[in-house]
Design a protein around this ligand. Structure first.
Ligand SMILES: [Zn+2]
Length: 322
């Protein structure tokens, strides 16, 4: 197919789709698939592979070598009392060009905390973050829990974020990296033989799969590929697999953008109204617009991910007795 024909077909597609203008812009501004990275729970607790400092050094190097200029780190300042080196590590991320934002002070889950207490926890984190170099006024809900089925609570927190002039630091792509990291730690503690090559492959393949799945849901929902932001954690396995993940995403046609660019997408203004507010903004928008389930990546079901981990990484064929 020649380029002129391809271009006119893209224009026709743009004209036919619902978000005609946005889609036309997306079609004209190839490459189409754009992604930023984010790392939650910084500074994170001890992992199975690295010291805190080694983890940060490797993380900064992987982003640099992969050409990821600006990732977002979502901070829990309440963890700094247990992690005296945490402050210096956060400063190192900022010095390397990355940005920091609010993930509450102590990482509570909204559904199991009183609304006012939760607001106070956000405010405590804001106090630590405000005025700090690299700070962005974004709020990432711990556990991506925006209130579950409690709409009153959801709206109270949305109002509080508005008053704090904080914007929802939503995610569009999630492959439960925390789960694979936790399984690795468990297997290490149990002294099980671990196939690290298979684990890295499973991790990378799962995140590529999640990116494709959520982009597909977005295309079905919006008629365009939004600027994506992937959820990761500042954890050992994620850091170990990061160089491979970055390369694999590039090979799959993804272009890395900054977190600033990701949150400049029009979906940043969305406030999905769904029966249960939790998860990626893509799945909530798809639900709001009537897309039937499943609207998520299947490996976020830890039963499915756990089975893959046991079979591929631990070489266990049947479910172990617990
Ligand atoms: Zn978190």
């Amino acid at each position: 197919m020649n380029l002129a024909l391809l271009r006119s077909m893209l224009m026709l597609f743009a004209a036919l789709s619902s978000g005609a203008l946005a889609a036309q812009e997306a079609a004209e501004a190839a490459p189409v698939k754009r992604i930023a990275l984010s790392f939650d729970d910084t500074p994170r607790f001890e992992g199975a592979l690295y010291s805190d400092d080694e983890r940060s050094i490797r993380l900064i190097a992987a982003l640099h070598d992969g050409g990821v200029k600006q990732a977002a780190f979502f901070i829990n300042p309440g963890r700094l009392s247990e992690k005296p080196g945490g402050k210096a590590r956060i400063a190192a991320y900022v010095a390397a060009g990355h940005v920091i934002a609010n993930h509450t002070f102590s990482h509570p889950q909204l559904r199991s905390m009183d609304t006012q207490e939760y607001v106070n926890d956000i405010a405590r984190a804001a106090e630590w973050l405000n005025g700090r170099k690299g700070y962005r006024p974004w709020f990432r809900f711990p556990f991506l829990d925006e209130g579950g089925d409690d709409k009153e609570k959801r709206d109270a927190i949305r109002g509080a974020l508005d008053r704090f002039q904080l914007r929802n630091g939503y995610v569009t792509i999630d492959a439960s990296d925390w789960f694979f990291d936790a399984e690795l730690s468990k297997a290490k503690r149990a002294g099980k033989p671990i196939n690290m090559v298979a684990l890295k492959e499973l991790f990378v393949e799962s995140h590529l799969g999640a990116a494709a799945a959520y982009d597909g849901i977005a295309m079905d929902t919006l008629g365009r590929s939004p600027a994506h932001i992937m959820l990761l954690h500042e954890s050992d396995l994620t850091v170990l697999a990061l160089p491979d993940l970055i390369q694999a995403l590039k090979a799959d046609g993804w272009e890395f953008i900054t977190a600033d660019e990701a949150y400049a997408d029009p979906i940043a203004k969305e406030m999905p109204d769904v029966p249960f507010s939790q998860g990626t903004i893509i799945e909530m928008m798809a639900w709001e617009r009537g897309m039937p389930a499943p609207r998520w990546y299947e490996r976020n079901n830890t039963r499915i991910a756990g089975k893959l981990f046991r079979e591929l990484v631990l070489n266990e064929t049947s479910r172990p007795k617990e």
